[in-house]
Design a protein around this ligand. Structure first.
Ligand code: FAD
Ligand code: SF4
Length: 420
């Protein structure tokens, strides 16, 4: 039985308390960024020595690192760069035959397996799950495609990916692929020259609204009709959360099904404090410092969104293309997000939750007439940056100026924010 399956028989308050923070030792340790720590893993290694200048929450320095990694800072006068960062190529793509059990179609796992197979790298840092719980992250140094595939699908919880850096160094690995989210990548980029690597590739995913394991349990229990059988979920471009279920995780016969819940029907009043403080103060949604970024939000429904930021990213994209497993289409953009974002600001503050019938109706309307493609991505970025700007202004006013990157300030300035 998985831990959550075992929890199914217990009363609700016990179930919730079973999920302490990240689990293990993490709850009892105090990290340098304190409450803002995203548990990226850096401080579990000898590289903690560099935390003051590397941590995304103690020393936000994305523009400086953009210059170091991509050779230039983003051009804030070009809207696509203001929003999505430095890039050389951006497409919508998907695997013709999706990898079963991957988060989307498995582009991330495909690139990583192929790089190993061709000897471009000796190892891949990625995240499997622990034996007791399908959502508990277990960062690993994968040496074989099978180990990479075992890491497919999101563990939608804070994950200490950098915690394996000491082991990377000890094992003498010289060519490495690192898969991770923005805060992990910002810290990695800050120390990458100290790890003794000859070549480092970084394959990033966008990331937003991450949670501790306890927070994830609360999200599932307030959102899903069957929280214990969820194996995957995603906030999709059709303004609905899609949750995939598999009843074999509670010892059932292995039936799978999908549940959808409109965003507007989420119980915001119960979920407001579920997101980690690190994620409520993050402005690197699109993983600005990765070589290749693979997400979904700039692409049409059921497609992935792929951005090569520099030559290393192009190399990975070309590798994918050479395999003949992809279909592609140009990115598109439709609609105007601004009014919807402006309305979302007071609605979030008031924790408004609509009755389900109205939420469903609204989802149909927004899906028909709302923002699509890159405009959907801008909608999501604007909504999260305005919310996070207010969070930092209210909770960490002394950090506001230095912590919020210039591009995020420009994005937020487009909207009227409450005075307090
Ligand atoms: P797969 O082939 O299934 O591989 C997934 C990879 O993700 C694995 O290699 C694994 O190592 C890695 N991974 C899993 N969990 C974590 C974790 N917690 N931290 C770091 N790495 C992890 N995309 C958007 O466009 N918009 C979003 O709002 C968005 N939010 C996200 C939130 C989270 C917490 C995460 C982890 C990802 C998010 N993504 C988002 C990316 C998206 O959900 C997919 O991960 C991406 O499109 C890759 O899909 P895939 O099928 O190619 O991945
Ligand atoms: Fe250390 Fe990472 Fe936490 Fe910052 S976010 S304090 S670098 S573990």
């Amino acid at each position: 039985l998985t831990a959550s399956a075992g929890a199914a028989e217990e009363p609700r308050h016990r179930r919730m308390s079973n999920w302490g923070g990240l689990g293990g030792d993490y709850d009892n340790k105090v990290y340098p960024a304190k409450k803002l720590c995203s548990h990226c893993g850096l401080c579990d290694t000898r590289y903690i020595t560099y935390v003051r200048e590397s941590c995304a929450f103690l020393h936000q320095h994305i523009d400086e690192l953009e210059e170091r990694v991509h050779g230039r800072r983003r051009d804030m006068d070009v809207e696509d760069e203001l929003y999505f960062g430095v890039f050389k190529e951006m497409v919508a793509a998907r695997r013709k035959e999706p990898i079963a059990g991957a988060q989307w179609t498995g582009i991330v796992s495909t690139v990583a397996c192929e790089m190993l197979q061709r000897g471009m790298v000796e190892a891949v840092v990625c995240v499997q799950n622990s034996e007791r719980d399908r959502f508990e992250p277990r960062p690993v140094i994968a040496r074989t495609p099978a180990e990479v595939l075992a890491a497919r699908v999101n563990k939608p919880t804070l994950s200490p990916n950098l915690s394996v850096l000491d082991a990377v160094e000890r094992s003498g690995i010289r060519r490495l692929l690192f898969i991770g989210v923005g805060c992990q990548v910002e810290a990695l980029r800050s120390v990458q020259d100290k790890i003794g690597l000859e070549r480092l590739y970084v394959l990033g995913t966008p990331c937003v609204d991450n949670v501790t394991r306890a927070g994830l349990q609360r999200f599932l229990e307030t959102t899903s009709a069957s929280p214990h059988t969820v194996v995957y979920y995603e906030f999709m471009q059709d303004f609905r959360v899609h949750l995939k279920h598999d009843d074999s995780v509670v010892g059932g016969p292995g039936n799978t099904w999908e549940e959808t819940v409109p965003f507007f029907g989420l119980k915001t009043n119960l979920l407001k404090d579920v997101f980690a403080p690190s994620c409520l103060s993050c402005f690197d949604y699109v993983n600005s410092l990765a070589d290749l970024v693979v997400g979904y939000m700039g692409a049409p429904l059921h497609w992935q969104w792929v951005m090569a930021r520099n030559d290393a990213g192009l190399e990975m994209l070309q590798l994918l293309r050479s395999m003949g497993v992809l279909e592609e289409q140009p990115v598109m953009s439709r609609g105007d997000r601004r009014q919807a974002v402006q309305q979302s600001i007071p609605a979030y503050d008031a924790a408004l939750t609509l009755p389900m019938w109205l939420a469903k109706m609204l989802a149909v309307l927004v899906e028909q007439f709302g923002p699509r493609g890159l405009e959907y991505a801008r909608f999501s970025i604007d909504s999260h940056f305005t919310r996070n700007y207010l969070y930092v202004r209210r909770n960490y006013p002394h950090k506001l100026e230095a912590h919020v990157p210039e591009y995020a300030k420009r994005i937020v300035e487009q909207y009227e924010l409450p005075s307090r």
